[in-house]
Ligand binder design. Structure first.
Ligand code: PMP
Length: 408
């Protein structure tokens, strides 16, 4: 079959799908969208049949890649058995998932299940309010979601524009600055919410010891430490939880993204006494704890454990990081992040051009900031797939530099 569109039809399948989404789907991102139709592991194909290696991973969602047999099997069996149960009843998968998550943390607590990252943060917000205190502290540049409570905690004013008044009494402090936190937190402060690595801001890593300092500072005032691991959790950084890797015990951990391996799920884990704050009637959701999403999450957790993916992530992440630094390309300043959540910091604000050139070369990457390319590939990424990106990168960066110089 030929893909020479001009000979038969001027519009390709990509074009046709693009025209359809532009007239039917809300355009809430304002950027062109590549039409994708299928995938397998870390490979994706667009509507015209072009193959890509996926270093976006649904933005840290497709932890086992696309169409992993364990997820497909778990979802298929569960939907054929018991697809949804009202929270008036209880099914086995949400119970098993909660037990498993607690087991992985090694701590006692309760898990509140929902459907997304923003929802997992909303639940944490409510837990914070249920302490009886209203003041909250969050970080500048932090991202916690777009619903109104989560948005109030998000430290990116542009994203809050048009939505004031938001829930009040949130103080945003510079990220990574323990002294600023010490000054902001009082005995009136309900909670401090923080990402171990600021993903959406551009894979920003705080100074070593920041999370541990936050634990000590919040404990001194009886303030909850809420660690938003929506992006860093479930193996992304090479550990089940990045807070755990740093030896920090938060009062609340928020999870979503990679937990469901492509199915929508959020989880808010409240530990110790904090677990008792969400008393009956205070929160709820129809879909939270959906058995199909929970079955997928259980398959993800089992596969990460059984296939030794945590070590694999550490190894592959290091391979990518070292490989990129070793290229010594003038456009690639340095690489930051952990495991398979990496940011290539560019010497010029040409991330959009890099994303475009990479896509052209068959690699999907994400321009998360004007000068940062985020890599968040499936945790199952093969070493040979990491190497393929390393091989392509010099030409991709050269092309990006040329198109930036030409003003494209
Ligand atoms: N918290 C963090 C740290 C995130 O990275 C995100 C999503 N990028 C969210 C919360 C919100 O998740 P969702 O888009 O599923 O609502």
């Amino acid at each position: 079959m030929t893909h020479n569109a001009a000979t038969r039809n001027t519009a390709t399948r990509n074009d046709r799908l693009t025209a359809r989404w532009q007239s039917a789907l809300a355009d809430n991102y304002g950027t062109p969208r590549l039409p994708l139709v299928r995938g397998a592991g870390a490979k994706l194909w667009d509507a015209d049949g072009k193959e890509y290696l996926d270093f976006v991973g649904g933005i840290a969602v497709n932890s086992l890649g696309t169409a992993h047999p364990a997820v497909v099997r778990a979802v298929t069996e569960q939907i054929a058995t018991l697809g949804h149960v009202s929270n008036l009843f209880v099914a086995e998968p949400p119970v098993a998932l909660s037990e498993k998550l607690l087991e992985l943390t090694g701590r006692a607590g309760r898990v509140y299940l929902s459907n997304s990252g923003a929802e997992s943060v909303e639940a944490a917000f409510k837990i914070g309010r249920l302490t009886g205190r209203t003041h909250m502290v969050a970080t500048e540049g932090g991202f916690h979601g777009r619903t109104m409570g989560a948005l109030a905690l998000t430290g990116q004013p542009g994203k809050q524009d048009g939505f004031h008044p938001l829930p009040p009494a949130v103080t945003h402090i510079p990220y990574g600055d323990a002294e600023a936190l010490r000054a902001a937190v009082t005995e009136e402060t309900a909670m401090f919410v923080v990402e171990p690595i600021q993903g959406e801001r551009g894979v920003v890593v705080p100074p070593a010891g920041y999370l541990a300092a936050a634990r000590e500072i919040t404990a001194a005032t009886g303030t909850l430490l809420v660690v938003d691991e929506v992006q860093t959790g479930i193996g992304r950084t090479g550990s089940w939880f990045e807070s755990q890797a740093q030896g920090v015990e938060p009062d609340v951990i928020c999870l979503a993204k990679g937990l469901g391996g492509g199915l929508p799920i959020g989880a808010t884990i409240a530990f110790g006494a904090t677990a008792g704050l969400l008393t009956p009637g205070k929160h709820g959701s129809t879909f939270g704890g959906n058995p199909v999403a929970c079955a997928a999450a259980l398959a993800v957790l089992d596969t990460i454990a059984n296939d030794g993916l945590l070590d694999h992530v550490k190894r592959t992440g290091e391979r990518l990081r070292d490989g990129i630094q070793r290229l010594g390309h003038p456009l690639a300043d340095h690489v930051r992040g952990a495991g398979l959540l990496l940011g290539i910091v560019l010497t010029k604000p040409v991330a959009a051009q890099v994303q475009q050139a990479a896509q052209h070369a068959g690699f999907l990457v994400n321009a998360v900031a004007p000068d940062v390319i985020r890599l968040a590939p499936p945790l199952v990424l093969a070493e040979s797939e990491a190497d393929a990106l390393l091989q392509a990168l010099p030409a991709v960066l050269d092309t990006a530099e040329r198109s930036a110089a030409a003003g494209v």
